[in-house]
Design a protein around this ligand. Structure first.
Ligand SMILES: [Fe+2]
Length: 176
């Protein structure tokens, strides 16, 4: 049994605030891809889903005249650092296992290396998965952050993903 479900995370006001900022649709799609990849590479699907869902919650609003200022974002962005910290705080508050909270936070911290020297770090499989899932849903000029999604639709998809993870977790536990 997982201590914290995706619905617990998704419905928390902190997650709502930051997920709506960087795009609920993108967050959910990345969580879904991360679960698929976790099953493929024998990684804990629960950690992959949580890191996927929360990977962009560190985004600042890079808006100029109502438009995403992509140049300012590329130059000044530290969303992975802020996101790792926010996600960790939220997960601990919800009662997540500390070891898991750390693993999820590290996967968020390393899901982009825009602020790291290239190829300067060896990443574990969970960290690679979250990055790959993010890239699978990326659109040019950050358009994936703008896709609209109704709250009810997002809620249903998250619920379905929680169910999938519960199923996958028993297979994962048997394989490790
Ligand atoms: Fe992303």
């Amino acid at each position: 049994m997982r201590r914290v479900s995706l619905i617990d995370i998704f419905t928390h006001p902190i997650a709502q605030k930051y997920l709506t900022r960087s795009g609920v649709s993108h967050a959910i799609t990345v969580a879904q891809y991360a679960v698929q990849l976790a099953n493929k590479y024998d990684v804990n699907p629960d950690l992959a889903a949580k890191a996927g869902l929360l990977h962009d919650i560190g985004h600042y609003e890079w808006y100029t005249d109502g438009e995403w200022d992509y140049d300012a974002y590329v130059k000044n962005d530290i969303h992975a650092i802020k996101g790792a910290e926010r996600a960790h705080k939220l997960l601990i508050r919800l009662g997540e296992d500390r070891k898991y909270a750390k693993e999820i936070a590290l996967a968020i911290l390393l899901h982009t290396d825009s602020y790291l020297p290239e190829n300067s770090m060896k990443k574990n499989t969970l960290q690679q998965i979250v990055r790959q899932a993010d890239e699978m849903d990326e659109e040019p000029f950050g358009k994936h952050h703008y896709r609209k999604m109704k709250y009810e639709d997002a809620f249903k998809q998250i619920e379905r993903l929680d169910y999938t993870i519960e199923q996958n977790m028993s297979e994962y536990r048997q394989s490790v």
